[in-house]
Design a protein around this ligand. Structure first.
Ligand SMILES: Cc1ncc(COP(=O)(O)O)c(C=O)c1O
Length: 439
């Protein structure tokens, strides 16, 4: 039986850059590049190879020039936006084996047993295990449902109030997926990002912004994508006026650096198999990663694979791969939404404008988990929303009911080819109608 797999969050196999990889490897191994090839077979410097770090910075700048920034001094803006002025912006960066490794390293370097990490409801379903493997306590962020769109967002005002009146303990870390979120596809607005960045600095919290989908973006030009957290943190840190209500005596604040970092990777924009990513943030955080024991022992991550990615970036291949992926995933997401919207019982609160996922809510069913089993028996697989919503210790502080995700599902449109996305969507409509007795 064919299974239409909307569960798996993998890139489509035919979109992996096999052709480009052949070109890259040929270039890397050419007589003219023997020296850089030899260098990439050696240990690398702790933060990662400098020319790759520079290429990533330039690439990020090329693809984020139109990102929405707050009104700040022109001088700060110029540092971040001027494409032609070398060197790249003064954001410190560290190479990793990907977002998962980046999060793990941040835990190693900046947390201790029993520290609290706050996460969204719902969130990336595999992140929690990274935190619990460091003996951290994972709790929920306050969440709100937007009144009109019904999309789920972090309630940053409630977070600020809770931290101030002590009803929310100051966490060591806040983990968010702010752009084209996994699983909802939502993007946190700039105003909320700024509040969070300031709260982090005020209370000594590390905001780990998982921005793995930031560049996989097809927002309309009228809807600017908000800037990444590391950029906002950098701008806020440069503001001359002091932050309001700075409370350096706040509980748990002593000796804790509060700031926001961007954690990202080549997983969604090149290929997961290269296991290469980066963390951008203030020098103090980046230095603390360098101090981790195994980094001291092994040196920088990905020297050889880094050479592959440096070549892809320098030769413009990464730019064209990204353009191709954006077009492909945009088409898949459109066809999925168009077909599902033909059935009013399957509600889409937000049509994705980036990322891998569509979040839907089913009317007239008691549990998406039970409906998922019904669908699986009939050749269709999706992730029930509850898998992405660990109802955690102290979930009440999320301000949302325990059953928040009971009727919802995450559908990945990236894994299948477009015909299967279309046929799978039609099958989902049919199965929903059968199941709810609409046929
Ligand atoms: C939100 C999010 N973070 C991290 C990852 C994994 O990233 P990496 O392969 O770079 O570790 C994924 C993959 O699905 C993801 O959706």
């Amino acid at each position: 039986m064919i299974i239409y797999n909307f569960w798996r969050g993998h890139p489509n196999g035919d979109l992996l850059p096999v052709q480009e990889m052949q070109e890259i490897l040929t270039m890397m191994c050419s007589p003219a590049n023997q020296e850089s090839l030899r260098d990439s077979l050696q240990y690398s410097s702790d933060r990662g190879e400098a020319t790759l770090l520079k290429e990533i910075s330039l690439f990020l700048r090329r693809h984020t020039l139109k990102d929405e920034l707050p009104e700040v001094s022109m001088a700060s803006k110029k540092i971040l936006m001027n494409d032609s002025s070398p060197p790249p912006p003064e954001l410190d960066m560290f190479l990793t084996h990907g977002v998962s490794h980046g999060l793990d390293l941040l835990c190693t370097a900046t947390t201790k047993k029993d520290d609290v990490v706050l996460v969204e409801r719902p969130t990336y379903f595999l992140a929690k295990d990274i935190f619990t493997s460091h003996n951290l306590r994972v709790q929920n962020l306050p969440m709100k449902k937007q009144p009109v769109t019904k999309t789920l967002m972090v309630d940053v005002e409630a977070l600020g109030r809770g931290l101030k009146d002590g009803s929310i303990d100051v966490p060591r870390m806040i983990y968010i997926v702010p752009t084209h979120q996994n699983p909802t596809g939502n993007t946190m607005p700039l105003t909320d990002r700024l509040i969070l960045v300031k709260l982090a600095r005020q209370y000594g919290i590390l905001v780990a912004a998982d921005e793995v989908y930031h560049l996989l973006d097809w927002s309309s030009p009228s809807k600017r994508r908000p800037a990444r957290f590391s950029v906002l943190d950098h701008l806020i840190s440069k503001q001359s006026e002091p932050l309001t209500n700075v409370d350096i005596s706040a509980k748990n604040n002593i000796g804790r650096m509060g700031c926001s970092v961007s954690v990202s990777s080549f997983t969604k924009i090149f290929a997961p198999g290269v296991r290469c990513g980066w963390i951008e943030g203030p020098a103090s955080i980046i230095d603390s990663l360098v101090d981790v024991g195994y980094i001291q022992s092994q040196g920088g991550c990905v020297p050889f694979v880094g050479n592959i990615l440096r070549t892809a970036l320098a030769e413009g291949l990464q730019d064209s791969i990204l353009d191709k992926l954006i077009i492909s995933y945009k088409d898949r997401s459109k066809i999925l939404c168009d077909i599902l919207e033909s059935e009013s019982g399957i509600q889409i609160h937000h049509r994705p404008d980036g990322g891998y996922f569509l979040w839907v809510e089913f009317s007239n069913i008691s549990s998406a988990e039970i409906f998922a089993v019904y669908c699986l028996d009939r050749g269709l697989k999706f992730m029930p929303g509850v898998r992405c919503d660990s109802v955690l210790e102290g979930f009440e502080q999320s301000g949302q009911p325990k059953e928040l995700c009971q009727h919802s599902a995450r559908l990945c449109f990236a894994d299948m080819d477009i015909i299967d996305v279309s046929d799978g969507a039609k099958l989902l409509v049919k199965l929903y109608r059968e199941y709810t007795g609409k046929l």
